[in-house]
Design a protein around this ligand. Structure first.
Ligand SMILES: [Mn+2]
Length: 319
């Protein structure tokens, strides 16, 4: 990547550029429960490949829909929820996905696919045929932005908006420790390309459904503190979701309230997930406050559908 002394990254970057230039057909993939950077990188890369005249399809599992309300504005033309028959002939581009187990489709996981893995998680398992893992990047959108310069693709309004969503969400509105001059320079360039900053803010952070507020109220009501306040914890049961009408994705951001309480070293939120055929399931999210609120991990417990060990541990900047 420009400005780094890391030869391995530079080499990977050159290989990825060659893959993007030479490939004709692509399938773009991101992690399950996609966040702003996942969706933003996906949509932006799709725009870039389309601008280059390539055949690009975005893949997302049907279970991901409806998307969380804050991301519902993304236009997802050319999105498929079934892995296409010509997978063997497509270059599969993974974006913002630290571990192939975070892919909802078993087919993608098991196939002998030709994979280009573009990510910023430091513990990315490098599962691709080519791996461009830039842990100095604030978000995957920043890596896409960097590649675009060499591919000589100008940001369309749609690409610019998508990149900006990735940038603003993964940097905590430019406040997490991963925010450097590069993030701000990218923001400036995107604003020059036409991003309406306040409009994006409104889409992402206003228009909260009332059930989300009610769920937050319950979560705050259930707060407990342990070890002289070093551990701040809350719990949400199925009853809390049913009574408020909240969806699971409405838990997003609750843990930040716990983390910000003075004296807290670790914040934790446990929640019950809807039972499936295999019985009750729950999930615990953890954040540490040193290092700007590092994500320690999310664990799903029970015999649920997706329970690979350590799931979520690979997301230092995933917030
Ligand atoms: Mn990310």
């Amino acid at each position: 990547m420009t400005g780094t002394a890391n030869g391995a990254v530079d080499e990977a970057r050159a290989r990825v550029l060659a893959e993007l230039r030479q490939g004709e057909r692509f399938l773009l993939v991101t992690h399950e429960n996609p966040d702003g950077d996942a969706l933003g990188s996906l949509v932006a890369m799709h725009g870039v490949l389309t601008a280059l005249g390539k055949d690009s399809l975005m893949f997302m599992d049907a279970d991901e829909f409806p998307l969380p309300y804050e991301y519902a504005f993304f236009r997802l033309d050319n999105l498929v929820s079934i892995v296409p028959d010509d997978l063997d002939e497509r270059t599969v581009v993974f974006l913002d996905c630290g571990n192939i187990d975070r892919t909802p489709s078993d087919l993608l996981r098991n196939a002998d696919a030709h994979i280009v893995n573009i990510d910023h998680h430091h513990d990315n398992t490098r599962f691709g045929t080519v791996n461009l893992v830039v842990d100095a990047a604030s978000c995957t959108a920043e890596i896409v932005w960097d590649l675009m310069q060499d591919l000589r693709v100008d940001p369309t309004p749609e690409i610019a908006d998508a990149l900006y969503v990735g940038l603003v969400t993964d940097t905590g509105k430019f406040m997490y420790e991963n925010t450097g001059t590069r993030a701000h320079k990218m923001a400036a360039a995107l604003i020059e390309a036409g991003v309406d900053v306040h409009e994006i803010y409104r889409r992402l952070y206003e228009g909260m459904p009332e059930p989300k507020l009610l769920l937050l109220a319950r979560a705050l009501n259930h707060v407990q503190r342990f070890d002289e306040g070093r551990l701040t914890v809350t719990l949400l049961t199925r009853e809390d979701f049913l009574a408020t009408g909240a969806e699971d994705s409405f838990t997003e951001g609750i843990i930040d309230h716990l983390r910000s309480v003075r004296g807290t070293k670790v914040a934790a939120m446990a929640r019950e997930l809807p039972a499936n055929g295999d019985g009750p399931r729950s999930k615990v999210s953890l954040r540490a406050t040193d290092g700007g609120g590092r994500r320690l991990g999310d664990r799903t417990r029970g015999r649920g559908r997706r329970t690979p060990a350590g799931r979520g541990l690979h997301h230092r900047h995933d917030r």
